[in-house]
Design a protein around this ligand. Sequence first.
Ligand code: FE2
Length: 328
Amino acid sequence: MIGLGIESTAHTFGIGIIDSSGRIMANERAVFTTDEGEGGMIPAEVAEHHTNVFREVIDNALSKAGISLDDIDLVSYSQSPGIGNCLRVGAMLARTIAATYEKPIIGVNHCIAHLEIGKLLSDAKDPVFLYASGANTQVIAYDGGRYRVFGETLDIGVGNFLDAFARHIGIGFPGGPKLYKLSLSAKNLIELPYVVKGMDVSFGGLLTNLKQKYSSGRYSKEDLAFSMQETAFAMLVEVSERALAHCGKKDLLLGGGVASSLRLQEMCRTMCRERGAECFTLPTEVNVDNGLMIAWLGLLEYKAGKRMSIKEADIKPYLRTDQVEVFW
Ligand code: FE2
């Protein structure tokens, strides 16, 4: 069975093709980027981007896979959570393909898709999942029929936090890799607000503090980049470790764009080693938002009996990870 997945929750429009044995056939994407200002994405502009690139991305994916839309057995799309305007582009395309080619359709949860593709492509079994991306920062683990959120950001995602500061100091977008590069020539660790509340984290105050320190002119960009990484990632590691301890799980799986950070990976590996757990990381092309994970989760759900009519194939911008019943 061949599944085609459409990802369009935020800045990435992606098409992935995979078969039910887990054989990857294509994973193509186009990413909306902007260097202007500190704000980031205007929903209507990102949706416009997706509308403009979808044809090229889908053609590339089909030609990589060496198939046509007729050969597909299931079309899946990211139904939740995300930016409404962007989700709508993916859902419309999925509906159009399903109706035109008479294919079954399934809408899936984006965060759970990150987790399931991670389980497919690593040896992690029943892991605690640290999902660290631009918009999302959650610690997720399976418990009692659902993927529970054990901890999460109370304000912005860790990726948006890194990007916002990188833009503020004028080193561009995406911020994570650029800050990492700067951090390698740092000389001092600067003390910054460390905000862990129970199992949750918060980056807003830390961002304000960093901006104030930068404006004061008393700290180098390198030291600030290094210190913000050490502080923010330590917060994520602490919450992940507590989730491992609470759930009695032995595997930590990292996913989301920020999970490609070599420093975050290193800190997680150190924590896991010290407590006799194992840390699993994924290739960048599946850490970032992608259609492949959407196609894979769609296949899992379809094989377990889920069916959806074209009419039911709507979007759920605010649906949370722990509202999805895991029946596959
Ligand atoms: Fe994501």
